[in-house]
Design a protein around this ligand. Structure first.
Ligand code: 6GU
Length: 329
């Protein structure tokens, strides 16, 4: 994967040579090229900004250096994805990170001040794909830290970058091992045991530390019980810290039960018969429980928008009364 970064602070990107990403770059799995925008300025002061038309505070980045930089880095006929970090952009998410990880060539255009002259993105759109992207609901002084965040999230998804190839699958917000590929290829219904959830806590040696035990199920060797416990603790932590994600899961579950496309799930109004539908759908999709003969070796696949009764009980216990008719829409 090729990643070009255009910035007025090339030195900001020193961290790209550190840790997992640094190793991937050393191996040649990722190639970073950092460009100083001022290279495309021709006045003695290497001016990149000017005051905004229409008045107002701050400075706007001039279009000419950006236009030349993009012409030079992505000549006509090239097909990169241009990503412009801005707090006014589309939300960056694990899904978007996975989509970007499947691109062979990304260009990041780091704005400073009050942003880049609006014509730069418009003109670039006439010859390449352009996405304006925000990493969260707060304002940074420039796109540089956002690009460090995004490149880390993207690059750790590349084959061979993480030590354990599957360790990204069950991440918070992850898609599960079976569907990571589907997600990258644009499938709309990512599954996996942790889809839509944040992860619960993890533990390592010693078994007892300051009188605190590691949860005994993790020492049991019962992989089915461990997978169930991990999902329960993910559900509890998600309920506690991310009620917005629980609401989405419940909407997706209802939408799926009602036969709607989960990708288009909305916080819909309650419909008569919907909860009965949900229950019967869940009953049908529930795999027959093994009678304790064989321990389950892999985590049960739980599709996004598919909460089983145990999930609903855990959520209810965590303060989300999401069973049957109790769902508030
Ligand atoms: Cl991508 N850029 C800036 N400047 N501020 C931000 C952001 C990006 N995302 C959130 N805040």
């Amino acid at each position: 994967m090729q990643i070009d970064i255009i910035t007025i602070f090339p030195e900001y990107f020193g961290p790209l040579s550190v840790s997992l990403i640094g190793k991937a770059a050393e191996r040649g799995d990722i190639r970073f090229t950092v460009h100083d925008l001022r290279r495309w300025t021709y006045d003695v002061h290497h001016t990149v900004d000017d005051s905004p038309f229409g008045g107002g505070p701050g400075m706007v980045m001039k279009p000419e250096p950006w236009g030349e930089a993009l012409d030079s880095i992505a000549p006509a006929g090239a097909d990169p994805l241009l990503v412009i970090p801005t707090p006014a952009g589309l939300s960056f998410s694990q899904q978007r990170a996975a989509r970007y990880a499947a691109e062979p060539w990304l260009i990041f255009a780091c704005g400073r001040y009050e942003g880049i002259d609006g014509r730069v993105a418009d003109e670039a759109r006439s010859r390449m794909r352009v996405e304006e992207v925000s990493i969260g609901d707060y304002v940074l002084a420039g796109g540089e830290p956002a690009v460090l965040v995004m490149t880390e999230a993207i690059c750790r998804l590349l084959p061979g970058v993480l030590g354990n190839a599957e360790s990204a699958a069950d991440d918070s917000f992850g898609f599960g091992a079976s569907s990571a590929d589907a997600e990258v290829t644009g499938a709309t219904s990512p599954g996996g045991p942790m889809a839509g959830l944040v992860e619960g806590p993890a533990y390592t040696r010693p078994r007892v530390w300051r009188d605190r035990q590691v949860p005994p199920v993790l020492l049991s060797g019962d992989h089915g019980a461990i997978a169930r416990w991990r999902r329960d603790s993910a559900l509890r932590r998600t309920a506690q810290n991310r009620p917005d994600l629980v609401a989405r899961l419940v909407w997706a579950d209802r939408a799926k039960a009602a036969g709607r496309d989960v990708a288009q799930a909305q916080p819909a109004r309650s419909q008569p018969g919907q909860s009965e539908l949900a229950q019967s759908e869940l009953a049908q999709s529930e795999p027959a429980q093994s009678e304790g003969a064989q321990p389950q070796l892999a985590p049960r696949r739980v599709q996004s928008g598919q909460l089983d009764e145990h999930d609903l009980a855990v959520l209810a216990e965590a303060g989300f009364p999401v069973t049957g008719q109790d769902v508030a829409h």
